[in-house]
Design a protein around this ligand. Structure first.
Ligand code: ADP
Length: 401
């Protein structure tokens, strides 16, 4: 029995989850938020599962790591730091270099650093988080788990953009995708539990949260995913546009005299459901507004549902046959209203049919089938668990026993 920790370091936050392995038992989890502020917030679950929250100054990620480690001792979750035998870091961008998780050695560190221009908001804080843990626990093995790794199995024909080849050769400009750890987890569970390890299983995994992506999975390998060079691509999301005619950017730069960078930030942070509804990026608020008759909220839901339905049909075409559709993440797991809106858009063409009662019942962490028996393709909700995948990879990559 030993303990491992999954870490997700952001620019001003650090999330953690501690497991006892190989039992895969969650011992605690928590987060340090507002790192760099005098009123940072540290939350941790104590042994009774009660969330304990403190507001205090946290100057940097190094202080956050000490806070987390001392919190584990203070709440008697561990008796000594030695009990933690491995740490796994979620890394958003692994570029063309990583098709699997990897030991966090100097080469891994350098490659993640070289990819900062592709994911400045993520890779930089991931490295800061890794270095802070390395300073605090120099003897503990650490690994990097990449959101892009699962998508490295895509064909060139699927990952290249229709632009001059030199941009790929010189700058590695291509589709990398994201949410790979989640898609991999969902495909693995789906194949085992719902398709009885069927050979050549073909699955569509829908990771639909505030950020959202689809993945076409064949024999547990990704053949196509909807996010592109960055997580801005693909379907319409909470605040992101998803795929857009590239001339929109050029046109708006000319019309508004605003910079390309400024509009690009807006496409990331103030577009999608938020931009169209002018209500919120949260599906609950938009649904409430739509139910009161707000036309912009209704339009946002229709646009969102149509785009996702169109991607489902396109991805089914890429797979040739679909054995199972898996819904997951914030909206996919919790929002029957939105699942129905999507299926209403593609049911006539694809023959998909929800069981309305099951669709309503399966939410808030529940797993189960939501399709009607006569649906052309069965549909299931599986709550995703990226941290568990990280914990499993720590054990596998570090060879812990
Ligand atoms: P991300 O990880 O990209 O931030 P999540 O997967 O956590 O996103 O999804 C968050 C989104 O899920 C929220 O913005 C909201 O739109 C939706 N969501 C979460 N819970 C519910 C719920 N109970 N009902 C409807 N929508 C929900």
């Amino acid at each position: 029995m030993f303990k491992v920790m999954a870490v997700n370091a952001g620019s001003s936050s650090m999330k953690f989850k501690l497991y006892e392995m190989p039992e895969e038992k969650v011992l605690t989890n928590g987060i340090v938020e507002r790192i760099g502020h005098d009123d940072a917030i540290f939350s941790i679950k104590n042994k009774e599962g009660k969330k304990i929250t403190k507001v205090l100054p946290v100057a940097d990620h190094g202080v956050a790591v000490k806070l987390i480690m001392n919190g584990l001792i203070e709440h008697q979750i561990i008796a000594s730091f030695d009990e933690i035998q491995g740490i796994g870091h979620r890394i958003v961008q692994g570029g063309p270099y990583f098709a699997d998780s990897h030991v966090f050695d100097k080469d891994t560190e350098d490659k993640i650093e070289s990819l900062i221009p592709l994911a400045p908001l993520h890779n930089k804080p991931h490295l800061i988080g890794f270095r802070a843990f390395k300073a605090a626990l120099p003897k503990v093995g650490q690994i990097a788990v990449f959101d892009t790794a699962f998508h490295q199995s895509m064909d060139e024909a699927d990952y290249l953009f229709p632009i001059k080849r030199e941009y790929y050769d010189k700058y590695k400009c291509r589709r990398y995708g994201a949410h790979g750890t989640s898609h991999k987890y969902l495909a693995e569970i789906a194949t085992k539990k719902y398709l009885h390890n069927k050979k050549d299983a073909r699955i569509l995994t829908l990771h639909i949260g505030s950020g959202a992506s689809l993945c076409a999975v064949k024999d547990n390998k990704c053949v196509l995913t909807s996010m592109g060079l960055t997580p801005l691509g693909g379907i319409m999301m909470g605040t992101r546009t998803g795929d857009l005619d590239p001339s929109v950017l050029n046109y708006l730069v000319n019309c508004t005299n605003r910079s390309c960078e400024d509009l690009y930030q807006e496409f990331n942070k103030q577009s999608g459901l938020l931009g169209v509804s002018e209500v919120s990026n949260d599906t609950r608020d938009i649904q409430a507004a739509a139910e009161k008759g707000d036309p912009k909220a209704k339009l946002a839901i229709t646009m969102w549902a149509r785009k996702l339905a169109q991607f489902i049909a396109a991805y089914a075409c890429r797979l040739g046959r679909v054995d199972l559709i898996v819904w997951s993440a914030g909206i996919g797991e919790n929002a029957p209203y939105y699942r129905k809106a999507v299926i209403d858009e593609c049911s006539e063409f694809m023959g998909l049919k929800l069981d309305d009662k099951l669709n309503e019942e399966i939410a808030l962490g529940k797993e189960g089938i939501i399709s009607a028996p006569d649906s052309s393709i069965p549909m299931v909700v599986i709550p995703t668990d990226e941290e568990l995948m990280i914990a499993r990879d720590i054990v596998r990559i570090l060879g812990l026993k």
